[in-house]
Design a protein around this ligand. Structure first.
Ligand SMILES: C[S@@+](CC[C@H](N)C(=O)[O-])C[C@H]1O[C@@H](n2cnc3c(N)ncnc32)[C@H](O)[C@@H]1O
Length: 213
């Protein structure tokens, strides 16, 4: 495998991440996260946990949390936030495409704004289906390729400069098609908008998928 995580200006991006996303969080993203994570149960693995935006939002039904984050600049911010949360959880510095985690060992996997950024989303989904128990769920919030052809064309045209600016984020991925093509069955999906976001990354999906038992 080539690079294990996409990062064009890692340290600066991680330093600005929470401030850059604040207006979006306040305008509705935090509420979407809370609603999604209310479904998390048992042993949970979160991929690309970033600075830990989801940490305080997990419900009591979560028994154990494993936070996967390969970017050392991000995990440097994640670790103190985790320590302050008092939550029993561990941080694993590894790429989502090669998880050093046992097969069939998690009840829930979580990705929020991550399948846009991992270098290989298909391999990531394969790893998710490997580590989930049969009947386990993937919970997702992802910005995606636009359904509107004119916006999708702009996403294709501006994919490269956007990827550079946004630390490896691909604005034009058809993530729902990739989830559907994996071993997961989509149980629910809402087509929504990322609040206060540039049009290129506004189209959003949020929902859950199950690994057939
Ligand atoms: C846009 S941020 C999202 C952070 C967080 N999930 C959130 O909701 O705010 C994308 C995250 O994916 C991480 N990432 C990049 N490549 C990855 C990989 N191969 N495996 C796992 N995470 C990766 C980045 O380091 C970054 O933390």
């Amino acid at each position: 495998m080539g690079r294990i995580y996409n990062a064009t200006w890692g340290r600066g991006f991680s330093a600005l991440y929470d401030r850059g996303l604040k207006a979006t969080e306040d305008a509705g993203l935090r509420e979407m996260r809370t609603e999604l994570l209310a479904e998390a149960r048992g042993r949970v693995v979160e991929l690309g946990a970033g600075t830990g935006a989801n940490l305080e939002l997990y419900p009591q039904a979560v028994e154990e949390l494993v936070l996967v984050e390969p970017d050392p600049h991000m995990s440097k911010r994640l670790r103190p936030r985790l320590a302050n949360s008092g939550r029993p959880a561990s941080v694993v510095e590894a790429p989502a495409e090669q998880l050093p985690l046992d097969a069939d060992s998690f009840d829930t996997a979580v990705v929020t704004l991550v399948l846009c950024t991992v270098p290989d989303p298909v391999a990531t989904l394969a790893e998710i289906t490997r580590v989930l128990r049969p009947g386990g769920h993937l919970l997702f919030i992802e910005h995606v390729r636009a359904e509107k052809p004119s916006l999708a064309r702009w996403q294709d045209r501006l994919e490269r400069p956007w990827r550079f600016l946004a630390d490896g984020c691909h604005c034009n991925r058809d993530t729902l098609a990739m989830i559907t093509a994996s071993r997961l069955d989509v149980e629910s999906v809402a087509h929504d908008s990322l609040p206060k976001a540039p049009p290129l990354v506004e189209p959003l999906i949020r929902g859950s998928a199950v690994l057939a038992g």
